[in-house]
Write a protein that binds this ligand. Structure first.
Ligand SMILES: Nc1ncnc2c1ncn2[C@@H]1O[C@H](COP(=O)(O)OP(=O)(O)O)[C@@H](O)[C@H]1O
Ligand SMILES: [Mg+2]
Length: 255
């Protein structure tokens, strides 16, 4: 089964005064297909359109053309309410760790709200204790955002998405700003805790980090997905020029 299918997506941002609008074409026919349980690394230069692609695919940015299938369903014509309902199964982990957590609300209270939303039939307290344990934050119930380290905030974000028992997780620059060993730890934690049936898309420009953690790398360039290949084949000579540049910049290219 396909977890997520983005076909020929076009997105343009419009700005300027109504009498002289300017249009910035950001996605120009981007396609990406993610199978159930598959782990994909989405890479590309800054401004290539990665964030727009995943946001359009989760109904957070409207697209002008193209199709989105989410967890086996065609999303054409979905209402805002239907999209919200899809978040029980398809979760976005935000780029900014600050956006993941309320500034003053204690962690456990925040998680209990998510638990009531996603698991109304279970005891919220029990579900929260379970996910805090799963991410290594047992006993941190009363911590507020500013009392958590960068790594702990990512763990808290993972705890929150686990409450939804997701089948698709999309993480945008999850590890930006963390040091190298912590990055690996957080990615490993996420991939392990969501379970093998959950598809995961990791958006990152940290190519070395992705190469060991995903099944496939997709490269975004100029608003299109220009490459989709095995991480081991990234440096091979017949890759797209954008892929070769990313591989070279990461020091992966063969001598
Ligand atoms: N809300 C927005 N309004 C206008 N332009 C935007 C908006 N979001 C992104 N852009 C522009 O779209 C392009 C792609 O951005 P983005 O999808 O964030 O790329 P990436 O995540 O690959 O860095 C950039 O040129 C950016 O400036
Ligand atoms: Mg981005």
């Amino acid at each position: 089964m396909s977890a997520w299918q983005l076909a020929n997506l076009h997105v343009a941002y419009r700005s300027g005064p109504p009498w002289r609008p300017t249009q910035h074409d950001v996605l120009r026919g981007a396609s990406l297909s993610v199978a159930a349980g598959e782990r994909i690394g989405l890479i590309g230069a800054s401004g290539a359109g990665k964030t727009t692609l995943i946001r359009a695919g989760l109904g957070l940015v409207p697209h002008d053309r193209g199709q989105v299938h989410l967890l086996g369903e065609d999303t054409a014509g979905w209402s805002a309410r239907r999209w919200r309902a899809s978040r029980h199964h398809a979760q976005l982990l935000f780029q900014s760790p600050r956006a993941m957590l309320h500034p003053t609300m204690p962690l456990a209270r925040l998680l209990r709200e998510s638990a009531r939303l996603h698991r109304p039939e279970e005891s919220a307290g029990k579900a929260v204790a379970e996910v805090l344990e799963a991410v290594g934050l047992r006993g941190r119930d009363h911590a507020r955002a500013h009392e958590l380290s960068g790594g702990e905030r990512r763990r808290a974000g993972i705890a929150r998405l686990l409450l939804a028992k997701p089948r698709l997780v999309v993480a945008d620059e999850l590890t930006a700003g963390l040091d190298a060993s912590l990055k690996a730890e957080i990615v490993e934690l996420l991939l392990d805790r969501v379970g093998p049936e959950c598809a995961v898309v990791l958006v990152s420009h940290d190519l070395p980090l992705l190469t060991w953690s995903v099944d496939r790398i997709a490269v975004v360039d100029g608003g299109q997905v220009v490459e989709s290949c095995d991480p081991a084949a990234l440096a091979s000579a017949d890759r797209h020029p954008a892929t070769r540049k990313l591989a070279r910049d990461a020091g992966l290219e063969d001598a």
